[in-house]
Design a protein around this ligand. Structure first.
Ligand SMILES: C[S@@+](CC[C@H](N)C(=O)[O-])C[C@H]1O[C@@H](n2cnc3c(N)ncnc32)[C@H](O)[C@@H]1O
Ligand code: SF4
Length: 388
């Protein structure tokens, strides 16, 4: 019997989160390969107007199947651009989650937002409807960098969007940045970091730009129209950001994430990194519950058709065996400031630890292995040593 059709007695012992995927964007950024569509790319059958009702059908279906689910600790609306939908629709989806599963008293409810996709009214509706946290996709403060990334917002409008969010009552506010865009100088990156800090968010994410196969951006790189920076320059940008964020009171708690204090961390992402339990709602969304993983059909039209017919939107799934779970734990926990627990490592991983420590890439803090600053730059190599 598939997992989604039987009760889950294990559920309830670990934090439980819900991810809601909203697959719409006003423009597709050339570098992005997330499951998202512009208005022209989606025909009848999966309109923005019908999306909330479709997602609610899936929530109600999941509620009938995931019996024994505890109150939800974290909800994360991501995309795509969730704020492409009317705020009232996002609140209706959250209401359905509350009705179906219940929300913990201290629930964290985040939405991602592009700075040019919010208004004072839309933000107030979200806050009053139960959203507690907003994550703005700022990426850069520099117009030519934003243009290379195909971002549509005017950087001058970002402080206003942040002010509106604060006025609407959002105390938890995050800024997303990207570094390593072709043509971005060190001074450009510094300006972006400075602007992000000046916005006084309690959380910042900064990710190196990844060239994803199959994107318009990857084609430009292949044709030589844009040139990716070398690894040393990208590493210098990471170090600069880490230095300036730390000086501003934002400490790293995951390789690419900094927060004012523990309360400002994104609990939903921490839940992923600790392999806790979550349900993914929406086309292509992934779920993970007690060692079982499954994912939905990717296309919004197929997703909507399944739900309209009363069928499960699940596409496929897998059971995570113990060896895979061990490797995944090493990959995820090594990236955390709290480090990798050494007690449950296998013999070969244990054997690799002294070498990693001797080379100054990590230190032992009690029974945990924590990356040093230079270790953070080589995190992938450290993980490879530990899993080999
Ligand atoms: C998929 S977006 C969704 C939220 C919103 N639409 C936005 O762009 O901010 C979430 C984050 O992923 C980042 N992202 C997408 N593709 C990326 C890539 N190839 N390399 C690095 N970051 C990427 C975006 O820049 C954004 O900060
Ligand atoms: S980065 Fe964000 S705005 Fe750009 S296409 Fe991806 S999801 Fe949409």
């Amino acid at each position: 019997m598939p997992l989604t059709e039987r009760p889950l007695p294990g559920l309830g012992e670990r934090p439980f989160g819900i991810y809601v995927h909203v697959p719409f964007c006003s423009v597709r950024c050339g570098y992005c390969d997330f499951n998202t569509y512009t208005a022209d790319e989606l025909g009848e059958g999966a309109t923005r107007a019908s999306y909330a009702d479709t997602a609610i059908l899936e929530i109600e279906q999941a509620g009938r199947r995931l019996t024994g689910a505890p109150a939800v600790d974290t909800v994360f609306f991501g995309g795509g651009t969730p704020t492409q939908l009317p705020s009232a629709d996002l609140v209706r989806i959250l209401d359905a989650i509350r009705r179906t599963f219940g929300l913990a008293d201290d629930v964290e409810v985040t939405t991602e937002a592009n700075p040019d996709s919010v208004t004072p009214e839309s933000l107030t509706t979200l806050r009053e409807g139960g959203f507690t946290r907003i994550s703005f996709g700022v990426q850069s403060a520099v117009p030519h960098v934003l243009a290379t990334l195909d971002r549509t917002h005017d950087p001058a409008g970002v402080p206003q969007a942040v002010r509106w969010a604060r006025e609407a009552g959002f105390e938890q506010l995050s800024v997303d940045l990207i570094y390593g865009t072709p043509g971005e100088s060190m001074a450009d990156w510094r300006a972006s970091v400075d602007q992000a800090i000046a916005l006084a968010p309690d959380h910042i994410s900064a990710y190196a730009l990844i060239v994803e196969d199959g994107t318009a951006f990857a084609r430009k790189v292949r044709r030589g129209e844009v040139v990716m920076p070398d690894d040393d320059e990208t590493a210098d940008k990471y170090l600069l950001a880490d230095e300036l964020f730390s000086a501003a009171g934002l400490g790293w708690y995951e390789l690419s994430n900094w927060a004012h204090d523990e309360a400002a961390q994104c609990r939903h992402n921490v839940l992923y990194w600790r392999s806790d339990n979550w349900l993914g709602i929406g086309p292509g969304a992934h779920s993970h519950v007690e060692g079982e993983r499954w994912w939905n059909v990717k296309h919004p039209v197929a997703y909507a058709q399944r739900l309209a017919a009363g069928e499960s939107p699940r596409h496929d799934g897998e059971t995570i065996d113990a060896a895979t779970a061990r490797v995944e734990r090493i990959m995820l926990e090594t990236r955390l400031r709290t480090g990798l627990g050494l007690d449950s490592l296998g013999t070969s991983a244990r054997a690799a630890v002294p070498g990693v420590v001797a080379r100054g890439l990590a230190t032992r803090e009690g029974d945990r292995l924590v990356l040093t600053r230079s270790g953070r730059l080589l995190a992938d190599a450290v993980v490879r040593e530990l899993v080999e």
